[in-house]
Design a protein around this ligand. Structure first.
Ligand code: GAL
Length: 378
């Protein structure tokens, strides 16, 4: 009787085993457990992640990585596809969600194929429940002369995003000064003190130039668009309206004439830290750290936060975003792009942990590391 029973189950067991063996490659698929700055970074399909100049949104337990989808060769410096989106729970392993914002086939669209669409960032608006994407936009065939910003929204984090408009921000608006900044930074409208102030005034009517950019949502849910303006000579920190799709007109200028690009920002213990780069196109240069107690400044230049070999060239990279790691204290990742303008799709990602020494922040090169580094510091 017992023997008979066993025999009856034998074929099923064999069948189950067979299914398991057939699915083994799926279960054995290597899960990444560390960051290797500068290496090829495979997504869940084994393809190198294609999200350059990107930023991260954390929403309901998932990290979403948005960035420029590049194609091969120099052609890849123009936008032929759109903004690529990936998601992850652990920051090492990324699932491809495809294109969140597509460039348009319509030659009359601002985001027609062949435009330049760079440094997309996404934030979530709690009131409207919309995901809002901003990016740097250059109109097709016009090089970098348009210097506009673009905005798109979606109902789901991974899109699809609907393009709303592109424009130059803050037309007709003068900078905001606090009591503190008014004393040292105030612009003389009648008699510009230098060439940079004249550039600002030149663009007062039509709106300010907007290129390299990031977004930041503060603890009070106010959001800011931070961008290189005035022929890349000055950073602007501009407040967004309640639904995050336009500017309020309140903004400040950071270090006019200092030519800071690639801004990335975070807040720790009530203090704002901003890291950017100099202005040398795709070629790397020393990173720059600024700190301030207020988002509108006065900002203080603190030098190059990178240390050791390669620090003078940011290890070959350029800042794009600073990612606060969830559920870990003082855990921030400096995200940079190592561009390959001759073969744009081959651009690499340099993710490195920020190291705090009191209020000071440093970046050190690491060949390979994992999030455990943040626990060891406590
Ligand atoms: C860099 C900028 C990039 C891209 C490039 C074009 O300075 O950070 O986003 O615009 O110039 O040369």
């Amino acid at each position: 009787m017992t023997n008979l029973k066993r025999n009856k189950w034998a074929p099923q067991k064999f069948f189950l085993l067979l299914i398991l063996i057939l699915h083994l490659p799926f279960f054995l698929k290597a899960q990444l457990k560390s960051f290797k700055p500068g290496a090829i970074w495979p997504d869940n399909k084994g393809m190198h992640i294609n999200a350059h100049g990107g930023g991260i949104l954390y929403h309901e337990g998932l990290y979403y990585w948005f960035g420029e989808h590049k194609i091969e060769g120099e052609a890849g410096n123009l936008a032929h596809v759109g903004v690529h989106c990936y998601s992850s729970r652990d920051l090492y392993n990324w699932k491809d969600y495809g294109i969140a914002l597509k460039v348009s086939d319509d030659p009359n669209s601002d985001i027609t194929k062949g435009c330049i669409l760079e440094r997309p960032k996404v934030i979530y608006n709690k009131q409207t429940k919309k995901f809002v994407m901003w990016f740097h936009l250059e109109l097709a065939g016009k090089g970098y002369s348009a210097a506009r910003t673009g905005v798109a929204t979606a109902d789901k984090a991974n899109g699809p995003y609907t393009f709303i408009r592109s424009f130059r921000p803050n037309a007709g608006q003068l900078p905001y000064y606090s009591k503190e900044t008014a004393a040292t930074e105030k612009l003389n409208i009648e008699k510009p003190a230098n060439k940079v102030d004249s550039i600002f005034l030149r663009d007062l009517k039509g709106g300010q130039m907007a290129r390299d950019m990031t977004l930041y949502v503060d603890e009070d849910d106010k959001a800011y668009h931070i961008f290189s303006s005035e022929e890349n000579k000055t950073l602007h920190i501009a407040e967004l309206n309640d639904d995050y799709t336009s500017h309020t007109g309140k903004f400040s200028r950071v270090y006019p004439g200092f030519e800071t690009e690639a801004p990335a920002i975070f807040k720790r213990n009530g203090k704002y830290y901003m890291i950017g780069s100099g202005c040398t196109g795709w070629a790397p240069n020393p990173a720059r750290l600024f700190t301030s107690n207020s988002i509108y400044g006065p900002w203080k230049y603190e030098g190059n936060p990178c240390t050791g070999e390669g620090a003078q060239k940011t290890y070959g990279g350029q800042s794009t975003y600073i990612l606060p790691v969830q559920n870990k204290k003082d855990a921030f990742i400096f995200m940079a792009d190592k561009w390959d303008p001759k073969d744009a799709i081959n651009g690499r990602y340099l993710w490195l942990p920020l190291v705090f020494n009191g209020e000071k922040v440093e970046i050190n090169w690491l060949e390979e590391w994992n999030l455990g580094i943040f626990n060891r510091r406590l």
